[in-house]
Write a protein that binds this ligand. Sequence first.
Ligand code: SAM
Length: 251
Amino acid sequence: MRFDVVTIFPAMVQQALSAGIVGRAIERKTLDVVVHDLRDFTTDRHRVVDDVPYGGGPGMVLKPEPLFRALDAIEAEDAARPTVLLTSPQGTMLTQAVVERLSRHPRLVLLCGRYEGVDERVRSRVDEEISIGDYVLSGGELPALVIIDAVARLVPGVVGDEQSVAEDSFGRGLLDFPHYTRPAEVTGSSGDVLRVPDVLLSGNHAEIRRWRKREALSRTLARRPDLLERAVLDDEEVKLLREVTAQEKHR
Ligand code: SAM
């Protein structure tokens, strides 16, 4: 899968992409990420990408022509037109369902806004605007990185263990079960001993699987009951959810 990022801060994006799972996938060429400096698509000596807003008011706006030229160059690289995303607090909210939908596109272009945002006419070249939450950031670089990371995890071969991706929170509409590692006991801040649940040390795989399902369900019920309405549950999970719900009511 290929991503193109258009930004005025290419180093910021490249640096973040060099680490961890995404960095390794780029090295292995499982992912192709090309970061474009918007200033390379200016035509003036000072490489100006922004201008004052028509109508007055505070802040600057990213000019349309450098973004159009960047898109012309990116689109010219392949016969098939890529999907163009604009990072924007006004866009479709990024959820795991949206991530899954985006992961089915072979090529995504991410435009990073800055200042007051991009000139409205840029939207004529955009397929979808994506927001990463109801808050305003100073630029689209962090949202672009969030989108790349979340989408890349679903590209076959990026995460070593595909089962772990399937079990992640939201994978099947539930939050993930709790995870523990060695040692089996640690001392907490008040001197109390914090133990790993016995079932995880039992070696009984059927019991462990059942415990994990139960924990995922009770966590989802406690923290995000809204997810349960759309979750796809197997017969065992339906039964466990009934038990967990009944238990909650008696508390
Ligand atoms: N004036 C814009 C508005 O209120 O809609 C906000 C502009 S913001 C300061 C600058 C850029 O950061 C945006 O163009 C967008 O690219 C990015 N950005 C900020 N918050 C975002 C969010 N929640 N999701 C996605 N992109 C965001």
